[in-house]
Design a protein around this ligand. Structure first.
Ligand SMILES: NC(=O)c1ccc[n+]([C@@H]2O[C@H](COP(=O)([O-])OP(=O)(O)OC[C@H]3O[C@@H](n4cnc5c(N)ncnc54)[C@H](OP(=O)(O)O)[C@@H]3O)[C@@H](O)[C@H]2O)c1
Length: 361
């Protein structure tokens, strides 16, 4: 049987700076049209690929992390939504839709099929399975409920708040009866937070001379919960504004991902003075909660209590720019600049075949 042409995004080599488009290259190769007999594998056509900040960590030559680095010269690995084309695994048949780890390419041969989840919900846009219902959404759920220990009426601060994780943290906190403020890097994102995602307040951290003063303005009585996505100066400023027995969930430090010499934190003594619990976490430690997460979030989504906004770049050729753009906050675009994109977009995914999801904004 004739082989299939397979466009791929290849990781070129390790870096110690912010990702650039030139760190990835496009290649066309070919792939057999069937999963080899006896392999237990299946062949998928990738439909949506997720573009996430953690991928930067896989671009450095460091093997002590929770996830191994990419292999230079090999296709980039990432979360995606795919359709089974041919299967040697009796649990999957052609036409099944799946989500989980796949490759940044048109077709992938999936050998560890147990790592993919079958999608059976046809009322939810497919691309949401790499966002709202995928790893970023689950991170928000696990981080907020399991790490932040929230109570009704508490004051919550979320950084990178319009992103894939932050936007759901804020909405879950509102549904929990909390007061929620988010920070983001543009006025357009601030508008989105306040007028689309239901945050009580939001501010553009790039326009603030003094982050400590900004947080004092929004939290005159202090912060109960800080959901940290960025680290560095924002974490330092939040430490100065926490209430006694406040909680800081350290989800990520996107501001530090590209630095070979990360910035220090100066206000850690406040952990003692204010008896703050600061805890890092990985969503993968909570995977046993995934079914509960799906039930919870799908329920809210179907009731119209949660919205999700995303940024879909079309075609594999746009993937290198999409990844580089995450580290300069480019994952919100103006419709007049890129006419094919949704107006209020934040969670970044790449549509492999050029089709677009339907948005419920
Ligand atoms: N612990 C876990 O298991 C886990 C799982 C998933 C993600 N994460 C982490 O969660 C965080 C958010 O991930 P996401 O998928 O939701 O990403 P995202 O927010 O959708 O995209 C990254 C955003 O980070 C902001 N950013 C980039 N560089 C920055 C800088 N130097 N300073 C401040 N903000 C910067 C930008 O928004 P602005 O325009 O607002 O600056 C950018 O749009 C990341 O740190 C990620 O590594 C952790």
């Amino acid at each position: 049987m004739a082989k299939l042409e397979n466009k791929q995004v290849i990781f070129k080599n390790f870096i110690d700076r912010a990702p650039q488009e030139t760190d990835l290259e496009l290649k066309v190769s070919d792939i057999g049209p069937r999963a080899p007999s006896g392999s237990g594998a299946f062949l998928v056509k990738n439909l949506y690929l997720s573009c996430d900040p953690y991928m930067r960590g896989r671009m450095r030559d460091f093997h002590g992390s929770y996830i191994p680095p990419f292999v230079p010269g090999q296709v980039v690995e990432g979360f995606g939504v795919s359709k089974v084309v041919h299967s040697d695994d009796p649990n999957f048949k052609p036409g099944d839709l799946v989500s989980g780890l796949t490759g940044w390419e048109e077709y992938s041969l999936i050998k560890k099929t147990e790592r993919l989840r079958k999608i059976q919900l046809d009322d939810i846009p497919l691309s949401y399975h790499v966002g709202l219902l995928g790893m970023p959404g689950f991170t928000a759920y696990a981080g907020f409920y399991e790490v932040c220990s929230p109570s009704r009426g508490e004051h919550v601060f979320v950084s990178a708040a319009s992103g894939a994780v932050g936007q759901l943290v804020g909405q879950l906190a509102k549904l929990h009866g909390c007061y929620v403020v988010g920070s983001a890097g543009s006025n357009q994102k601030v508008d989105l937070l306040k007028n689309k995602l239901g945050f009580d307040e939001a501010f553009n951290y790039k326009e603030e001379q003094d982050l400590n003063a900004a947080l004092k303005r929004y939290f005159p009585q202090g912060i109960d919960i800080y959901f940290d996505n960025v680290g560095a100066e924002m974490l330092d400023a939040a430490l100065l504004n926490m209430k006694i027995h406040g909680r800081i969930a350290v989800c990520g430090m996107v501001s530090q991902h590209s630095l070979s010499d990360p910035k220090g934190i100066h206000n850690l003594f406040n952990l003692v003075m204010m008896r703050i619990r600061m805890q890092g976490f990985l969503q993968s430690d909570y995977l046993h909660l995934y079914p509960r997460f799906l039930e919870h979030v799908i329920g809210y989504y179907r009731q119209g209590k949660i919205v999700y906004v995303e940024d879909v770049s079309e075609g594999l050729a746009s993937a290198p720019a999409a990844l580089a753009g995450l580290f300069s906050g480019k994952n919100v675009v103006r419709r007049d600049m890129l006419p094919n994109m949704c107006k209020h977009c934040t969670s970044q995914s790449i549509s492999v075949n050029g089709s677009k999801p339907s948005h419920r904004l």
